[in-house]
Design a protein around this ligand. Structure first.
Ligand SMILES: Nc1ncnc2c1ncn2[C@@H]1O[C@H](COP(=O)(O)OP(=O)(O)OP(=O)(O)O)[C@@H](O)[C@H]1O
Length: 612
């Protein structure tokens, strides 16, 4: 491997102003050996190293490796194969242990670190006992040695070291320089040092940026090798531990995001399960409504309110109609001993849709059924006798069943005209209203709406409840959309903060050969993982809460409705909603991650790596 700089000029632009840092500098580096770069502060030493590392591009001139100019569109491959860097400000990743910091860059470069080599290096640099520590627990000198060990472990042909002994005492500095000299037997080591005395002791190849010398030739025999980039396996697979550590390191932020979402998730699950449970309850109730298929029909013609035989025949012969009778009027005149009962009467046809609590459908004349409320209020049981007084005649009615009516609460009686005494029937028949049994209320209404008023109390209930539930569902959906937008804004802010905090880590990885798209993928993987954690934990907590609510029968105690909070089955089971929620959070966080990670390409890696 031969490294050459050919007529390199580097300037930085500040608006119209240009600052010249390196001017027409040419260097032929040796294939191995220790080269020192010296010069006063600001003379461009770090800039020179950054140019060699491919972190910065020259304004003019070329950086050549084995005779070929660096290809900046594939700079990651060059950085993986050739470069390791000891940074002036260490650039250790705070979330990783010393051991993980040591292997991270080698993994990115696709180099497997042998345990023996790791042990040799860490023992030589006296950092073996620190392997499980985090950077924040280390002194400046210890951090510097970890930075050095990390670079040695990469084992690349070129090692760049910016002030590698700056934070070390004299003894340690000499030991490090000894090791660098030893390492330089097989590698090219380029070291920046302010300690002129020390560096000249270990190297005769000095680049003095204050000397105005523009041409250095340390390699007398320039023999080029095949310019070959090492094939690196996917760094993402190898550095999964980075993701794990980041999640742990940011647990406080994740907990904060989670708490901010928890309210939304729980409120959504409760509202949705409440609406669904309520709707299920209403549907179950309506299934056993004794007047489910009973339709009342009256005429719109007020001059002739009674039905004619012809009109009755038309309706009777309609295929939509199951059976038809006149309405019987039991509104007043029902007594228990001397007490007149206030009852609402409903005409039913047969035993369909009736839920019996006791007794059975009438089978004898003048038998009626009552609901629970009537039984309770007037202390009635089956076979009890009531009497009905009309035109000073008394008829006995006996209770054949107590039934459940979820919809028409109040004190009611239910009777079938088949079991009403003919004589009584004659007296209470209302010829202006027909009671029809039919499953086809809507079709009948449409067909006869011109001439008749058509009422189905059951359907009215159903429609009003349906409207109510649809409105409630709309409110929940609006609530969900608004809170989700707010959540997304909040999550974006937090994820962006994470990215800002992580800029230096990402710069470090990028400048060591992590491809840009992989860096973005790494970040969006992390954010989607955060999203799925939030969705999953939120779902688990919401489900737990639902179970506790149902276990303690809270809905029964509060609203008299058992097991109200039941999530709807969307596809396979009632857990579908959680799967959707986890998916939504994962993909939303992934989206935010992808958007935020677009900024990675705008980062100024060289400046970020220089920040203390
Ligand atoms: N990315 C950058 N953008 C703008 N100016 C820069 C950038 N990097 C370096 N400079 C400027 O270039 C000059 C040389 O900087 P450099 O860091 O290479 O000096 P140095 O010799 O390493 O200094 P020191 O010994 O203090 O570390 C400085 O004036 C610095 O402000």
């Amino acid at each position: 491997m031969v490294l050459q700089l050919s007529h390199i000029t580097k300037f930085y632009k500040f608006g119209k102003h240009k600052q010249l840092v390196l001017n027409d500098l040419s260097i032929n580096f040796p294939r191995f050996g220790l080269v020192a770069v010296v010069g006063k502060s600001g003379s461009g030493k770090s800039t020179l190293l950054n140019l060699i590392a491919g972190i910065e591009k020259p304004s003019n001139g070329k950086v050549l490796i084995d005779g070929r100019e660096l290809n900046y569109s594939q700079i990651d491959k060059y950085q993986q194969s050739y470069i390791s860097y000891v940074y002036q400000f260490y650039n250790l990743i705070e979330s990783l242990t010393v051991y993980e910091n040591l292997i991270l860059l080698s993994e990115i470069k696709g180099r497997t670190v042998s345990l023996n080599y790791l042990k040799t290096i860490t023992e030589r640099l006296k950092i073996t006992p620190l392997l499980d520590c985090f950077p924040s627990e280390l002194s400046g000198g210890q951090k510097q040695r970890v930075g050095l060990a990390r670079a040695f472990l990469c084992n690349t042909p070129i090692l760049l070291a910016d002030e590698p002994t700056g934070a070390l005492n004299e003894l340690l500095a000499s030991e490090v320089m000894e090791f660098l000299r030893f390492y330089a037997k097989k590698h090219l080591v380029i070291v920046i040092s302010h300690n002129y005395q020390l560096i000249t002791k270990y190297s005769k190849m000095i680049i003095d940026l204050d000397s105005h010398q523009n041409n250095y030739n340390f390699d007398q025999e320039t023999r080029y090798h095949k310019y070959l980039y090492q094939q690196v396996s996917s760094p993402l697979i190898k550095i999964k531990f980075y993701l794990k550590r980041q999640l742990l390191y940011q647990k406080k932020k994740i907990v904060m995001m989670f708490c901010s979402q928890l309210f939304t998730i729980i409120a959504f699950v409760l509202l949705l399960s409440g609406i669904n449970g309520g709707w299920n309850y209403i549907n179950t109730c309506l299934k056993s409504n004794p007047i489910k298929e009973i339709i009342e029909i009256s005429k719109k013609d007020y001059n002739e309110i009674n039905f004619t035989d012809k009109q009755i025949n038309v309706l009777k012969n309609d295929s939509l109609v199951t059976s038809l009778n006149y309405k019987l009027d039991f509104s007043f005149g029902i007594f228990k001993t001397d007490q007149e009962l206030q009852l609402e009467s409903y005409q039913v046809h047969d035993s369909d849709y009736i839920e019996y609590l006791n007794g059975k459908f009438p089978s004898q004349n003048n038998q009626i059924m009552i609901n629970q409320e009537t039984a309770h209020k007037y202390s009635l049981d089956i076979n009890d006798k009531l009497y009905f007084i009309i035109d000073e005649n008394t008829y006995y009615l006996s209770v054949s069943a107590i039934i459940k009516d979820y919809i028409n609460n109040g004190t009611n009686i239910y009777f079938s005209d088949k079991f009403i005494d003919l004589d009584l029937k004659d007296k209470i028949t209302n010829k202006s209203i027909l009671i029809i049994k039919s499953k086809y209320f809507k079709q009948l209404s449409k067909k006869y709406e011109h001439d008749y008023f058509i009422i189905n109390v059951h359907q009215d209930y159903l429609d009003s409840y349906q409207t109510l539930f649809e409105m409630a569902l709309m409110v929940v959906i609006c609530f969900l959309i608004i809170s989700f937008i707010i959540s997304l804004i909040l999550i974006s802010i937090i994820l962006k903060t994470i990215l800002i905090e992580r800029k230096r880590d990402i710069s470090l990885m990028l400048s060591n050969g992590l491809p840009l798209n992989k860096a973005r993928k790494l970040f969006s993987q992390e954010t989607s993982l955060i999203g799925s954690i939030i969705g999953f934990l939120g779902s688990v907590l919401a489900e737990l809460l639902l179970r506790i609510i149902n276990m303690l029968n809270i809905s029964d105690k509060l609203f008299n409705l058992p097991n109200l909070f039941i999530l709807p089955k969307l596809m396979i089971s009632s857990y579908d909603i959680y799967i959707i929620m986890i998916f939504v959070y994962t993909s939303a966080c992934f989206g935010v991650g992808v958007l935020s990670s677009l900024q990675i390409s705008k980062m100024n890696t060289s400046i970020l790596l220089k920040e203390d």
